[in-house]
Ligand binder design. Sequence first.
Ligand code: WQD
Length: 335
Amino acid sequence: MTWLITGGAGFIGTHVVRALREAGEPVAVYDDLSTGDRSRVPADVPFVRGSTLDGELLRRTLADLSVRGVVHLAAKKQVAESVERPLFYYRENVRGLETLLEAVADSGVRAFLFSSSAAVYGVPDVPIVTEATPCAPINPYGETKLTGEWMVRAAGRAHGFATASMRYFNVAGAASPDLADHGVSNLVPMVFERLTQGVAPVVFGDDYDTEDGTCVRDFIHVADIASAHLAAARALLDREPGTDLTLNVGRGEGVSVREMIDLIGAVTGYGAGAAPAVAPRRAGDPARVVASAERIRAELGWSARYDVREMVVSAWEGWCLAHPGARRPATAAPA
Ligand code: WQD
């Protein structure tokens, strides 16, 4: 059976494609290349360029490639952009998903994995977030992910396929330098960019009710995200049609922004030169979002393998590969 990976040319998608292939699972990629990189899709992987809004092409693709499982990663994921362009986010992330689910409904697909997000929790008022923690997204991005979970679950029940919604926490790192995230919309690459531009990183607020005053997040290696998808994909094939799983994908360990920046300074060799400038809080930032990773361990026997140092080292190797001319500290430690 073939797994269709929508968004398979993207940062997380290319890691999921590699993980499934290395495990012997046949895959195909469907991607509109709006942000994905075609060169990252292996030449021998069937590739269809298309939008999730193109129902006819999706139906043809599912039939032509005898797809029996879908991993749906294609979506817009920038929180700030979602605030500025909510209807664009609802069109791409919700209407696109609806179109895909309509194509899947009568296609013989047996399993559907959905890329969700810790953003569905909004500003949790508990130190450790479980899947039972109330969801109250505070931006359109998070709203589209929560809506997507409801759609996936209802469609699976109505049309007889098993589903899983994977709530990613803060994704970082790279399985290999060539697969590193080219986007600069999250903490780690944003710090790399400022350091290599010769300016201090910025910490958005150091007056939160946390140990060092900076926000705390659950950082998870993208290679762990990919292995979690492989474990979930295989589990879904053994589950009853119409059943659903909602799973946090995190390490269950909180790391503060300041700790992350200090680690980046040590790994990159900038050392004390990475000391951040403190800026005002960023609107919408929860003080702490840390996963309970108990359910995914209990359901799939899966837990994260990599620690934050391995995330930073691998991300830095990817950054240096993508920015060969980037300014490096004179005393750069080997990554
Ligand atoms: C992390 C922390 C910032 C940059 C992300 C994704 C979201 C979802 C959850 C997948 C915040 C602080 C950042 C900087 C800083 N993932 N920061 N200086 O907002 O937790 O959400 O993970 O679906 O899509 O956006 O991640 O990396 O933007 O910020 O102080 O230069 O780092 O304020 O506290 P966030 P982030």
